[in-house]
Write a protein that binds this ligand. Structure first.
Ligand code: 0WE
Length: 261
């Protein structure tokens, strides 16, 4: 008996076995959910198929969230496998790499701003709009991933901070829209984790070290820990929680100065 027995979940944003979405998929599979995965492009298809297989899933669908046609197609295809949907995981973000370093005003551009907001925030609402019909009458739940840079200024996070601020507001507006249909919407604000998305980000190693030293738990969090919190938030155990941003960051967000040790 798992706490997600009988639930059907669509996982968007799994790119490798280091993805936060993969930690979420594993926790949900362990708790009894049936899973479907999307892959961003042909290059990732094989890898995602293999990961899906490890979760006893043979549903993998192509999805670039910048395309409304592809978003609609995902739910049309999903409808061939499942007659309803209980959970959508959105674990997707993008800003041009050059805009994730240097001083904010030097690096931000109109194009980078628009792309960051479209891929990292609007796509969550787009998935909700397209998946809404399949989620009726099910105690469904949507979950996205945010970061502290939404609320505080962090070096190099730059335009992604604005996009995550938009995403967090999106969580609240979507929760208000979908609440009357008993669909809940939440986010997890995770601490920094070494994933593909983090690879190549300037000074990421120093950031991990800094957060390890200055976090109340004195360590970084794992995709397994984010996965467990995500599984809870999307389960009926969290039936009273909607519109919320839950920190899975070892307590880092509560600190004012960190550690002097
Ligand atoms: O939200 C993120 C990163 C998302 C991300 C990553 C990339 C890398 C590749 C968005 N766009 C891109 N574009 C690329 O071309 N995180 C929470 C991880 C992260 O990214 C940072 C961080 C942290 C933490 C960037 C600068 C500073 C800190």
């Amino acid at each position: 008996m798992g706490f997600l027995d009988g639930k059907k979940a669509l996982i968007v944003g799994c790119a490798s076995n280091r993805s936060i979405a993969w930690g979420i998929a594993q926790a949900m599979h362990r708790e009894g959910a049936d899973l479907a995965f999307t892959y961003q492009n042909d290059k990732l298809q094989g890898r995602v198929e293999k990961l899906a297989g490890e979760c006893d899933s043979d549903i993998t669908l192509p999805l670039d969230v910048s395309s409304d046609e592809q978003i609609d197609a995902v739910f049309e295809k999903l409808d061939d496998y499942w007659d309803h949907l209980d959970i959508i995981i959105h674990s997707v973000a993008y800003a041009p790499r050059e805009e994730l370093e240097g001083e904010y005003l030097d690096s931000v551009t109109r194009k980078g701003f628009n792309m960051a907001h479209e891929i990292s925030s609007y796509s969550f609402a787009a998935l909700a709009k397209a998946g809404r019909n399949m989620m009726q009458g099910r105690n469904a739940a949507l979950l996205t991933l945010s970061y502290l840079g939404a609320e505080r200024v962090l070096p190099n996070y730059n335009v992604m901070g604005l996009a995550k601020a938009s995403l967090e507001a999106n969580v609240r507006y979507m929760a208000a829209s979908l609440g009357p249909e008993n669909i809940r919407v939440n986010a997890i604000s995770a601490g920094p984790i070494r994933t593909l998305a983090a690879a190549g980000i300037k000074n990421f190693r120093s950031m991990l070290k800094y957060s390890e030293q200055n976090t109340p738990l004195r360590r970084n969090v794992t995709i397994e820990e984010v996965g467990n919190a995500a599984a809870f938030l999307c389960s009926d155990l969290a039936s009273g929680i909607s519109g919320e941003i839950t920190y899975v960051d070892g307590g880092y967000n509560i600190t004012g100065m960190g550690s002097l040790d």
